[in-house]
Design a protein around this ligand. Structure first.
Ligand SMILES: [Zn+2]
Length: 82
């Protein structure tokens, strides 16, 4: 289970099958939005700020495992790809 998001130096890798590129991410976000209404009453969200974000599961799209996805360094992932 991976509870943290990759940053500029890391990425996800499935330890089960080696997948680096496709994941289902289930996350909960609390956001504040700026809603701008027109005169007819329709609105557009013009700005969104994420106040809180919680990643609950990251599931591999290839093998379906959610317990094997791990954070690895991007350099390390590159080195293991032919
Ligand atoms: Zn996998």
């Amino acid at each position: 289970m991976a509870a943290s998001l990759p940053d500029a130096h890391t990425r996800w890798r499935c330890g089960g099958c080696g997948n680096l590129t496709r994941f289902d991410v289930t996350r909960t976000r609390r956001t504040t939005e700026f809603w701008h209404f027109d005169l007819a009453g329709e609105h557009r969200v013009e700005e969104t700020t994420t106040d809180e974000e919680d990643v609950s599961t990251v599931t591999c799209r290839w093998c379906g495992r959610s317990d094997a996805v791990e954070l690895v360094s991007r350099a390390e992932a590159d080195a293991s790809t032919p």
